[in-house]
Design a protein around this ligand. Structure first.
Ligand code: XLS
Ligand code: NI
Ligand code: NI
Length: 441
């Protein structure tokens, strides 16, 4: 069913279908087959792909050196409410044609923020009502909502970590409305990305006080949403820097520690992003492993960085090795805790055709599908699992098992060391592990 209002924005492009890897139709899926069962679940259920409202329908390709290049038809109405409705029409047409089930938004992606808080609240209510109708018509669901508490100049020193209480309170007011909008649209989760929660200079910053404020603020937001009946997950999205010099939600390990410190660990999980991982000098697989080890692998923002520069370039994923490694962790963790895979990615500034945004998402979804199938084969039919298990086999019985069971004293370790004498080296077999990944791709 193609959902097309009075106006069709993506003319000449119909629904994107799965045609298999031998198809040379650029507007077809080669690997992503929503119905295909992998590791006991349909691909569409594994992934819960989502389209990011901000990049795909708000971003126009501007960069620090020049204005946008992508002035599409839905950007043209001058009245903010008309513009927001046109954008919603274009968004739902695109999402439906892609056959994707979910979208994600920031409050003021949906509609332009007004000059006053009161007027912004009214605008938001109007567009939420409109989008509710679009959802009912199309069946498209909301993976998560969030608030943009980083673009407006009032947040230049942070939102919940702002040294000025009145800015913190304003952020609270704004996030209350974003939570309400998320609940109204049946959002399955709510994301906090601390865009300016961090510092530019330590000379003017009290880290301890700011972290305490953020911890308290997040707890209050959670309590409010729970009191309104929100059952979904809260996610924190780590990123080490940009826009701030340093951001408090630096990486998975930092955020896990923070959540435990402030008593947020039962309601909050992590939304991890590939490009943020690389900015933190980690691989995405590392970030996912750390989150999974704490039962906090919540959701993923799919994209990739540029390996030759250090920016958050938010390119569409196409690195099959990188995504396959991520999918190994994904499958072994039993998937995501409530989240899905949101394309937090944008087409390049010089990609100016309407079909470019289709090619971008098709490529990204195919990369994930191919990586999932590959990771599943590696787990089920290669020696990979056995090789990993073998490395730890000395803990499966005898003294190693006693150690794991807490039956040995430190003095026992000394006695065992004495008895063993000098040890043979045990190879880590890294190159063989790497070859298995390549072989199965
Ligand atoms: C920016 C973040 C942002 C979050 C949502 O780098 O990735 O887009 O995903 O606020
Ligand atoms: Ni990002
Ligand atoms: Ni993101």
């Amino acid at each position: 069913m193609a959902l097309i209002g009075d106006k069709e924005y993506f003319k000449g492009i119909g629904e994107i279908k799965f045609e298999g890897k031998d198809s040379d139709n650029p507007l077809a899926y080669k690997w992503y087959n929503p119905e295909q069962v992998v590791a006991g679940k349909k691909m569409s259920e594994h992934f819960k792909f989502a389209i990011a409202y901000w990049h795909t329908f708000c971003g126009q390709g501007a960069d620090p050196f020049g204005p946008g290049t992508q002035n599409f038809e839905w950007d043209r109405p001058s009245d903010p409410v008309e513009a927001a409705k046109a954008k919603a029409d274009a968004a739902f047409e695109f999402i439906t044609k892609m056959g994707v089930d979910y979208f994600c938004f920031h409050d003021f992606d949906l509609i332009q923020e007004a000059d006053t808080f009161v007027e912004s609240e009214k605008r938001l209510a109007t567009i939420v009502e409109y989008i509710k109708g679009k959802q009912a018509e199309s069946g498209v669901k909301l993976l998560w909502g969030t608030a943009n508490c980083f673009s407006n100049p009032r947040y230049m020193n942070g939102a919940s970590t702002n040294p000025d209480f009145n800015v913190l309170a304003r952020a609270g007011g704004q996030i209350k409305l974003a939570l309400d909008a998320t609940m109204e649209l049946n959002g399955e989760n709510y994301v906090f990305w601390g865009g300016r929660e961090g510092y530019m200079s330590l000379l003017n910053t009290d880290i301890k006080r700011e972290l305490d404020h953020m911890g308290k603020f997040l707890g209050m937001a959670r309590d409010y949403a729970r009191s309104q009946g929100f059952k979904g997950n809260f996610f924190i999205e780590p990123k080490p820097m940009e826009p701030m010099k340093h951001q408090y939600d630096f990486d998975s390990a930092t955020v896990v520690g923070f959540l435990n410190e402030y008593g947020l660990q039962d309601d909050f999980k992590l939304n991890l992003e590939f490009n943020h991982a690389t900015l933190a000098n980690h691989t995405m697989q590392h970030e996912m492993e750390v989150a999974a080890a704490h039962g906090m692998l919540g959701s993923l923002d799919a994209n990739r960085g540029d390996y030759q520069n250090g920016w958050d370039t938010d390119q569409f994923p196409n690195n099959i090795t990188e995504v396959t490694e991520a999918m190994l962790t994904f499958l072994k963790a039993g998937g995501l805790q409530g989240g899905g895979i949101n394309f937090d990615a944008k087409i390049r500034r010089n990609s100016t055709d309407l079909d470019d945004v289709f090619h971008a998402h098709i490529g990204g979804m195919d990369t994930f599908a191919r990586a999932l199938v590959t990771a599943d084969k590696i787990i089920t039919s290669s020696p990979y699992e056995e090789m990993r298990a073998k490395r730890y086999s000395s803990f499966d019985s005898g003294k190693g098992k006693d150690f794991e069971d807490g039956k040995l004293s430190f003095k026992d370790l000394y006695d065992i060391a004495h008895e063993n004498g000098e040890l043979e080296l045990q190879s880590g077999k890294q190159e063989l592990f790497e070859n298995i990944i390549s072989q199965y791709i």
